[in-house]
Ligand binder design. Structure first.
Ligand code: MN
Ligand code: MN
Length: 468
């Protein structure tokens, strides 16, 4: 009697693994495997968009600029400066009256960028200076293998793609730290000051260039430039028009003796970006126009022309309205007001080692399915986009009728947590938006952990939302 009543009235807090049928386990493994393979090819926003375009092309999606007119069933995309991308499947219903079903994630992740003038020599060693991007714990980025990804653009427009440290034969790079015996002073510092931003210099060389028997000043720096010049045809000044990102050289791997988890760099937010992209590739006909956003610059506030705050997304939707032949004054505003969105960004998973920062009753747990954050913001919900109860109920209904496990959570305790996603940007246009993503452990660290069960739940959630 007690057990029965509890089953009926209590919310389900069991781990999803307890309820997975055998045949679904294979599906979970399949999606997780393709996710890990994708991550290993796409560690930066540019690489993610490049791979996403490949996938979209293979699945019959075409650049919207190739279309004169659009009709239901058309599959389109637009790539914004190689760093962000919007995709859509045109639905049967009127965009004017029924709006769009938007799923938006971001493909940038915390990392170290090279400074515009990065190269210097000190103590017979050559270094690249870095400037960190996004919220990192600096000490986590020392003494790990780092790889170099990005572009160097020459004044003649030639773009050199750089990718060093991912192949086994490649060299890797690292940032050094002090021997504990010599670190008395450093160890007394607060954790956040143990390594300063200016200490994050990447060790890249130690051999000086020789001029016969003559000693060359800054010979190690010169040798590095000579190597770069031979390899890429560049000079030191060319590094000022480059975007080189340093990311962990770790590969995405299955984790745990029970193989239930994924450890990888950049899962915030590539886990939601990949699962939504993967779901979109499998869409057939849809009632409502399905839109997938892969945005850039979320980690630093969504500013700039590749960030969600820019008007590029409005431009994409306007182009759809133009090419559907329905556009008229103010229609874009109306479309947004009648649209629904899942802001697909990761949630901080409850970590028993750091239980004190979470309210256990309202935390997202890894392995319990997709996590909905009704609001984010900080303290008194400052800066939050708070989803309306009516919309939360609508989303719950979609999940429940599709048998998808979900949890509704907050990011940390009331006075501790807080954060933002791209939710508020689209909500400010009048769209119903809720944050909806995969819980992550060690978020923003060089190696983040997710549950394969949740990865699969995310994929199912996004597909169900678009098929609604
Ligand atoms: Mn995120
Ligand atoms: Mn983040």
């Amino acid at each position: 009697m007690e057990e029965e009543l509890k089953k009926k009235l209590f919310r389900n807090q069991k781990t999803g693994w307890e309820e997975v049928p055998e045949e679904e386990k294979q599906e979970i493994e399949k999606v997780s495997k393709s996710y890990m393979d994708f991550l290993n090819r796409a560690k930066t926003e540019r690489e993610f968009i490049k791979e996403a375009k490949k996938l979209a092309d293979e699945n019959g999606y075409k650049d919207i600029m190739e279309f004169e007119t659009l009709k239901p069933g058309d599959k389109i995309y637009f790539i914004n400066r190689k760093k962000s991308m919007y995709l859509a499947v045109i639905g049967e219903n009127s965009v004017e009256n029924d709006g769009l079903h938007i799923i938006g994630s971001h493909v940038d992740s915390p990392r170290l960028d090279l400074k515009p003038n990065p190269l210097y020599e000190d103590g017979g060693l050559a270094y690249f200076k870095t400037h960190y991007y996004g919220g990192i714990k600096k000490y986590q980025w020392t003494t790990i293998p780092l790889s170099m990804h990005g572009v160097i653009v020459k004044t003649n427009g030639e773009t050199i793609e750089v990718n060093i440290g991912e192949n086994e034969e490649d060299p890797i790079f690292t940032i050094t730290d002090l021997l504990p015996h010599l670190a008395q002073e450093q160890m007394e510092k607060k954790l956040k000051n143990g390594i300063d931003g200016e200490d994050l210099s990447l060790l890249i060389g130690s051999i000086p260039l020789k001029d016969g028997d003559k000693k060359v000043s800054e010979g190690v720096k010169l040798n590095i430039l000579n190597i770069l010049n031979k390899k890429y045809g560049i000079t030191e000044q060319d590094l000022t028009s480059a975007e080189i990102e340093l990311v962990p050289a770790f590969r995405a791997r299955t984790m745990g003796l029970d193989e239930s988890m994924v450890a990888a760099y950049g899962q915030d937010d590539k886990v939601c970006a990949y699962t939504s992209l993967h779901a979109m590739m499998e869409l057939g006909k849809v009632k409502n126009t399905a839109v997938c956003i892969l945005s850039d610059k979320e980690e630093i506030g969504s500013m700039g022309n590749t960030g969600m705050e820019s008007h590029m997304f409005d431009f994409f939707i306007s182009e759809i309205l133009n090419k559907l032949g329905v556009n008229k004054p103010n229609l874009l505003d109306k479309v947004f007001c009648f649209s629904k969105m899942l802001s697909s960004d990761v949630d901080a998973g409850f970590d028993p080692l750091y239980a004190s920062v979470s309210d256990k009753t309202n935390a997202g747990f890894i392995g319990r399915g997709i996590s909905l954050n009704k609001y984010t913001g900080s303290r008194g919900k400052s800066g939050a986009s708070d989803a309306n109860a009516e919309y939360v109920a609508w989303v719950r209904n979609v999940l429940e009728k599709n048998n998808i496990r979900y949890q509704v959570a907050e990011l940390g305790k009331v006075d501790i947590g807080g954060g933002g996603t791209i939710a508020y940007i689209i909500a400010n246009k009048g769209t119903d938006v809720i944050d909806c993503g995969v819980p992550v452990l060690s978020m923003h660290a060089p190696y983040e952990v997710t549950s394969k069960y949740d990865i699969y739940s995310a994929y199912k959630t996004y597909k169900a939302f678009w098929n609604e």
